[in-house]
Ligand binder design. Sequence first.
Ligand code: 5GP
Ligand code: ZN
Length: 114
Amino acid sequence: MSDCIFCKIINRELPSTIVYEDDQVLAFRDINPAAPIHVLVIPKRHCANILDPATVEAGLPAALFKAVAQVAAKEGLEERGFRTVVNYGRDAGEAVPHLHLHVIGGRALGWPPG
Ligand code: 5GP
Ligand code: ZN
């Protein structure tokens, strides 16, 4: 997707701070962090959102969850905890139409979300 900002980050056309990478997934720091640690985990192949059928193809959910675990370990979040969120649509405030899992931690997080 030539006009997708996350595809541009994957292709190194836009800068990012990469935390983890493998053949299917890239994880990088959110530009506007909601907590001391805020990492986005995205598929390298463009998927629009969690309802896009491409999201559940070719082992991608497993690769995304494996990457979340890698990020949690690298960021030292395993003991104190963290939250993983996927926003979809207007009510959730989804802003970027390339599937992304937020990994948020480093402080106590309120529940339920506002
Ligand atoms: P959403 O609201 O769609 O679930 O989350 C989109 C996230 O992407 C937001 O937390 C926002 O700060 C982040 N974001 C938007 N543009 C960029 C960017 O160019 N670089 C990085 N690193 N994060 C971005
Ligand atoms: Zn994309």
